[in-house]
Ligand binder design. Structure first.
Ligand SMILES: [Zn+2]
Length: 749
């Protein structure tokens, strides 16, 4: 049993009605504050342009607002996972398809990425960065990247910009098909002493150029690099002259590289090197870039200046908190420092982080009122990362007390209201209200002129009402009131609830009873769909508020049943491991999940996956709860019909064996009853049956959900089976058959 999944939560809100979508989602959404919504915009027109960043500060580094330090800790903010940004370390670069926002554009159904694509490894470019042109970065370099569709291209574009225009140090592309045509000729230069700077200290480092852009060779026993590595937490540096093997350790991570070996360990991302450890003029050298992989730093070398820098990465910049009290979080892989100052016209608050290289895919955080928080690489070598907060709204900013550290929290207090603020507006263009023939379901579909954020509330006092507020939305009519056929909604009303300072259009459903209401993206872009089911939920257990957004891209085009497949573990979390072979649970679960997705898509299903490659769903080093919450949230936010989490079991005893299915609610059990026989038939192993467990992802998903333990990775025979392609395919096929059987029995088309 995986440790992560045993996170038991004391939530009692889950109600058994299969479609009672509201309850837990809402609690989760409440926890998340207003955050995830903003990440989900589709206007990427100016991702590459950060005008604020280009301009030099006039005032210099004056800190402002620091008188308010006392308030800093006042708010034990409801922790949200960093929805906006992803850490984007080198070792993570290959996880491009989902390298964006966990709650971002889930048009992953378009992503016909196969297992092979997922395994495409990326490596440093052998070329100088290509000239900046509009097409650059839109997935024209990587075989793996190209197939992933719109949102993928966007991620690539962002990465392109951050790598080449802003970060500017390095570019990556897939090695798959690309590498064969782009072999660089390796030309080893003469040894040269450079003066490296790390944490404000100087170190002499001996380097040879290699003919490969951004790759240098350094003697395996170079004292300067060793000292720098130590400064960044390297605990052990071993050169085994007999085995010609260099082993670097930092914390629990180990990087071993043998002469000639070009693939880095999978545990560190499995990056492919252009050049390995080799002997030159009787001395052994290693590729300098590997210290980036083990240390989580960026190495910048300027041979012409005789200088180099080793600097931490800024891996996360995100907003959390809620309502009018937000927290801007910045996280780095090692201590950095900051200064702040203000700029005018327009008013903005600038935070410069010294010594940190920006390493995120997302260069802005959109907030409906405040505007975009933008970030960029202000300078490199040495690195200054600039984050700009728009302050036209008179935001009260309380910076963190410590001017240096690895983690910063800036409290942003939004004004209660500000009549002078002009908000961008969208129009409610169209609405349709329809009911099913049997009167058991009604649907309201709303079409907006652009992306829109909404909040909803359920009122139980004085009648059952469901209220949706659309921010920044103008409703062209005075008021719309309509009766709805069916025995569970009395009326639908839409009106302009407020016009200043921020226009809000309000939709109110007068419910006859506390029936299920499901709010989600419509089929088209900028479209919201509200389903009302004649299915009574228990008001005392129903969540009362929530929020979401609609964007220009429909989350998943077309109809069809929607399954959310969760490949257990991933990235920094390997899951259980078969000791003898080293086979990791995260590999097996991903492969089976990808196979299952492919089969189901071929059968007309819409599929979203919590991950499609070897990565953390949130960010490396995230807590178990953050990670699991993100997975459940993904299913909830996309209104999946089914959630399936795929795992391998583990036990102390190597004789433990068999296949089991885990459930939490009654509706889960119905799914499990359909599924389990198919699964068991596919695995052909001992039947451990269906168990009820309070696993996080089961408790926190609001649709029928199951967790599959295919077999034991700690059992030699089962691990061997799980290592084969045929066996994995057999399981995937069995799961697909079971899911289809369930859908035919229980899901509407
Ligand atoms: Zn597991």
């Amino acid at each position: 049993m995986c440790r992560v999944l045993s996170v038991l939560m004391n939530f009692k809100y889950r109600y058994f009605a299969g479609r009672s979508f509201l309850m837990l989602t809402v609690l989760l959404l409440l926890c998340l504050g207003t955050s995830p919504v903003w990440a989900d915009r589709d206007d990427d027109s100016d991702y590459d342009v950060i005008p604020e960043v280009v301009q030099l500060p006039d005032g210099g580094g004056k800190s402002s607002g620091s008188s308010d330090k006392a308030k800093l800790k006042a708010q034990p903010s409801v922790k949200a996972p960093p929805a906006y940004t992803q850490k984007h370390k080198r070792r993570d670069v290959k996880s491009s398809p989902s390298g964006g926002f966990p709650w971002g554009n889930y048009d992953r159904s378009k992503n016909n990425q196969t297992k092979d694509d997922a395994k495409v490894k990326l490596k440093p470019s052998t070329q100088a960065p290509p000239p900046v042109k509009p097409s650059y970065g839109s997935g024209n370099k990587s075989g793996g990247d190209n197939k992933a569709g719109g949102s993928q291209e966007r991620k690539s574009a962002v990465r392109g910009s951050s790598r080449n225009k802003i970060a500017g140090t390095r570019d990556y592309y897939g090695s798959g098909s690309a590498s064969s045509n782009t072999k660089a000729s390796i030309v080893i230069g003469a040894p040269k002493k450079l003066n490296f700077t790390a944490k404000n200290r100087s170190f002499p480092v001996s380097l040879r150029t290699t003919g490969i852009e951004d790759e240098y060779l350094t003697p395996v026993e170079d004292g300067g690099v060793k000292s720098i590595a130590q400064l960044f937490g390297l605990s052990s540096w071993q050169w085994d002259a007999g085995a010609k093997k260099l082993t670097l350790r930092k914390g629990a991570s180990t990087l071993s590289l043998q002469e000639g070996q070009l693939d880095l360990p999978e545990s560190l991302g499995g990056r492919h090197l252009e050049i390995g450890i080799r002997q030159v003029d009787g001395l052994y050298y290693f590729p300098l870039s590997i210290i980036e992989d083990i240390l989580n730093v960026r190495v910048t070398v300027r041979p012409a200046q005789g200088k180099g820098w080793v600097e931490p990465l800024i891996t996360n910049v995100y907003l959390d908190g809620s309502g009018r009290n937000l927290v801007l979080n910045v996280k780095a892989t090692a201590p950095i420092s900051y200064k702040t100052f203000r700029l005018n016209q327009p008013n903005r608050y600038v935070i410069d982080f010294y010594g940190g290289v920006l390493d995120t895919t997302n260069l802005r955080i959109d907030h409906p009122e405040m505007g975009d928080i933008r970030m960029g690489q202000f300078s490199l070598a040495p690195a200054v990362t600039r984050v700009v907060v728009p302050t036209t709204l008179n935001i009260k900013i309380t910076p963190p007390g410590a001017l240096s550290g690895q983690s910063f929290a800036f409290n942003l207090g939004l004004p209660k209201s500000d009549a002078n603020v002009k908000f961008a507006q969208e129009k409610l263009l169209k609405y349709t209200i329809s009911g099913s023939a049997d009167g058991n379901k009604s649907n309201i579909s709303l079409q907006f002129s652009g992306p829109v954020q909404y909040e909803w509330r359920r009122l139980t006092e004085g009648g059952n009402r469901f209220i949706l507020d659309f921010k920044r939305v103008v409703f062209p009519e005075n008021k719309l009131m309509r009766d709805v056929k069916g025995d569970f909604v009395n009326k639908v009303r839409i009106s302009q609830y407020s016009s200043a300072p921020m226009p809000v259009a309000r939709l109110v459903l007068d419910l006859k009873d506390s029936v299920s209401v499901k709010v989600g993206r419509g089929v088209g872009g900028n479209c919201l769909s509200i389903d009302i089911f004649n299915q009574v939920v228990d008001s005392s257990m129903t969540a009362l508020r929530g929020e979401g957004s609609v964007t220009g891209v429909s989350s998943l085009s077309g109809g069809g049943r929607l399954i959310c497949i969760d490949a257990g573990h991933g990235g920094s979390d390997s899951g259980c491991i078969h000791g003898a072979s080293g086979l990791m649970e995260k590999e097996v679960t991903l492969d089976v999940s990808l196979k299952l997705a492919e089969i189901l898509r071929a059968r007309g299903w819409r599929v979203i996956m919590t991950r499609e490659d070897d990565r953390d769903v949130t960010y490396a080093g995230s807590s178990n709860t953050e990670e699991l919450r993100a997975r459940a949230e993904m299913a909830n936010q996309n209104n999946a019909d089914i959630f399936m989490s795929i795992h391998c079991n583990a036990a102390q005893s190597t004789s433990a064996e068999g296949t089991s299915t885990h459930v939490y609610t009654h509706s889960d059990r119905a799914l499990a009853k359909c599924l389990h026989p198919y699964l068991l038939n596919a695995t052909g192993r001992y039947d451990r049956g269906i168990h009820q467990d309070r696993f996080y992802v089961l408790v926190h998903t609001v649709m029928p959900s199951v967790l599959i333990e295919m077999a034991f990775l700690t059992n030699g025979a089962e691990a061997k089976l799980l290592s084969t392609d045929e066996y994995r395919l057999r399981i995937a096929t069995g799961l697909a058959d079971g899911v289809c059987d369930y859908a035919d029995k229980y899901l509407s088309k």
